[in-house]
Design a protein around this ligand. Structure first.
Ligand code: NAD
Length: 370
């Protein structure tokens, strides 16, 4: 018998713990009904860690994150900690996790469940059934490049500098993640840069093309300029399968794609590191939304983004694609049945609490498996 997969659960602040509670119940259900066991451990990150230990993440929790097969995070932050020292603000815990785990590839799916197509700002026919994966390079590019800073010039003007910089290996490793994903999806990758005006963009295009020819020639590769990609995402989003791009363009294009889906409470994400010699990748899964302090503790939070983050973990860290499919189908069916948390409810649907939504999804998983 193989050892259980170990998951470090970091519920965090605000609605994080409420949403995470639904994951814990779902993981328990899987242990009982599908013979898929997980060893889970909970720890503190963000504001709750500042309250308990004076820092947003302790070295001991970081060590647990390093050892776990995967980390699942709720959300961090809230007005209670707005005044704490910048260096130990709640978000610093999340940044340390991403940095120390060396998570260089951020995966943001933009999926539109048919039942929610009307929540998009685009027309139903443009987004219904949409399923895009944006792979954003997360640890390089202009957000980290040197030189950087603000200087005062001899004539008294001030000058701000940031540097867009990428190396071959940084481009290859994130492109390889995108090609691997495409093989499990629609087999199409759009690589996005600005090679018409940026040398780093030209290098990006050349290196993606080279890697494609050497290792991924079976995947369909298209290149697109970032400004055109922004336009195409609202003109005809269903032309895309996997989009791979740098840190800056990925920041914007992933938010743009997210809005095609209409609701923050529905969006999961994953951040992946390099594979070790056994093929295991460090990985952090988390909903895109924040801690939503305005609704925390009231049973109003939509747990679906959190549950879909867990489904991504099943698929990408544990190769449990059929369990991930089961969860995603259950979510689609529950939404089709008109069961909604307040953020996605309409006048003709049934409004339920966080716990009731989680239970409805588990009931549907049970029905689908039966
Ligand atoms: P937010 O995502 O927390 O909330 C934005 C709006 O969306 C709110 O009205 C909220 O009620 C709603 N919302 C978000 N998730 C929801 C869900 N699952 N169900 C129902 N409604 C939901 O963003 P914000 O208000 O800008 O930030 C609040 C706090 O969260 C801040 O302290 C911010 O720094 C932090 N934050 C954390 C993360 C993270 O942990 N990754 C990300 C973004 C913001």
């Amino acid at each position: 018998m193989t050892a259980n997969k170990s998951i470090l659960l970091l519920p965090g602040d605000g609605i994080g713990p409420e949403a995470m509670a639904e994951v814990v119940k779902t993981a328990d259900w899987m242990g009982q009904q599908r013979a898929v066991g997980f060893d889970t451990e909970e720890a503190l990150v963000g504001g709750c860690s500042i309250d308990a230990a004076g820092v947003p993440i302790t070295d001991a929790v970081m060590a647990k994150a390093m050892d776990a097969d995967a980390v699942l995070l709720g959300a961090v932050g809230g007005p209670k900690w707005d005044a704490v020292d910048f260096a130990i603000r709640p978000e610093a815990g999340l940044l340390r996790l991403r940095k120390d785990l060396e998570l260089f590839a951020n995966l943001r799916p933009a999926m539109v469940f048919p039942a929610l197509a009307d929540a998009s700002s685009l027309k139903r026919e443009l987004v219904e059934g949409l399923d895009i994966m944006i792979v954003r390079e997360l640890t390089g590019g202009v957000y980290f490049g040197e030189p950087r800073g603000i200087e005062t010039l001899p004539d008294g003007q001030r000058r701000g500098v940031n540097t867009q910089v990428y190396t071959t290996s940084e481009i290859h490793r994130v492109a390889a993640v995108a090609f691997d994903l495409a093989r499990k999806r629609g087999n199409l990758v759009h690589s996005v840069e600005k090679m018409n005006v940026m040398e780093s963009g030209r290098l990006w295009r050349e290196e993606v093309t080279k890697l494609h020819g050497e290792q991924f020639a079976d995947v369909d590769l298209q290149h697109m300029l970032a400004d055109n990609c922004a336009m195409q995402l609202v003109r005809n989003p269903k032309q895309f399968d996997v989009i791979v791009t740098d840190n800056l363009f990925g920041d914007m294009l992933s938010d743009e794609a997210a809005m095609l889906t209409g609701s923050l409470g529905m969006l999961p994400s994953a951040s992946l590191g390099a594979a070790d010699e056994t093929g295991r990748r460090r990985a952090l899964y988390e909903p895109v939304h924040g801690s939503a302090p305005d609704i925390a503790g009231q049973g109003l939070a939509n747990p679906i983004a959190m549950l879909l983050s867990f489904a991504m973990m099943l698929r990408y860290s544990f190769d449990l694609g059929s369990e991930a499919d089961l969860m995603e189908t259950a979510v689609a069916n529950v939404l089709n049945a008109g069961i909604r948390t307040a953020d996605i409810a309409t006048s003709d649907t049934k409004k339920v609490s966080t716990g009731e939504m989680g239970q409805a999804i588990r009931d549907e998983m049970e029905r689908l498996s039966g």
